[in-house]
Design a protein around this ligand. Sequence first.
Ligand SMILES: CC(C)(COP(=O)(O)OP(=O)(O)OC[C@H]1O[C@@H](n2cnc3c(N)ncnc32)[C@H](O)[C@@H]1OP(=O)(O)O)[C@@H](O)C(=O)NCCC(=O)NCCS
Length: 183
Amino acid sequence: MQPTADDRCALRPVRTSDAPAVLAAFRSAADMARQGGVQTLEQAQEQVAWLRAPQRRAVAIVDQDDLLVGLVAISVDEDNRSGWFFYWLHAGHRGRGLAARAAATVAEHALTPSDEGGWGLERLELGHRVENAGSGAVARAAGFVHEGTERGKFLVDGLRRDVHVMGRLRSDPAPPTAGLPWR
Ligand SMILES: CC(C)(COP(=O)(O)OP(=O)(O)OC[C@H]1O[C@@H](n2cnc3c(N)ncnc32)[C@H](O)[C@@H]1OP(=O)(O)O)[C@@H](O)C(=O)NCCC(=O)NCCS
């Protein structure tokens, strides 16, 4: 897969037809295993259906050919006007700021009031393993701040791993990160 020209990448809702690209992303790196365990096209189709459920907002990061190369998504808790935020990128498109730019744009849109065209949430939160420095950098670039550390949260390869909890409130300042356009 050719690296994407970042200035031609954009955001759009995840579609049912994205399943093959989702499978390719999950096959691109071992660290995708913790993002949903997709190994077959059928599992990719189930993952896409899960992402497109009414309580989720799933945004595809697409290249110049409208091919999905990454994802930023939110599981919405309507009662609390909050959302659990997560993201991943095909390994062939990492390391050039795409995830950071996409996460910043989606977080800003999610925290924008409904009457201004946004999704009306007031709080976003996520957790990443302490050693997942890339995920932490993406979260900070999207305006999240470190709220605490859950000790020994996950059991990974026989070791208990600490997790950083990150959050962003509507009232927090927007980050200076350049965004990605919506398509
Ligand atoms: C996390 C992930 C989306 C980051 O993708 P990426 O393409 O590297 O992200 P970006 O290019 O936007 O980089 C954003 C920042 O992360 C930093 N970064 C990326 N990988 C890093 C690593 N392994 N170690 C340290 N910093 C890293 C970049 O340098 C950049 O920092 P900067 O803004 O200070 O320059 C990608 O690694 C991924 O999909 N991982 C697997 C899924 C995952 O872990 N998702 C998060 C779950 S909590």
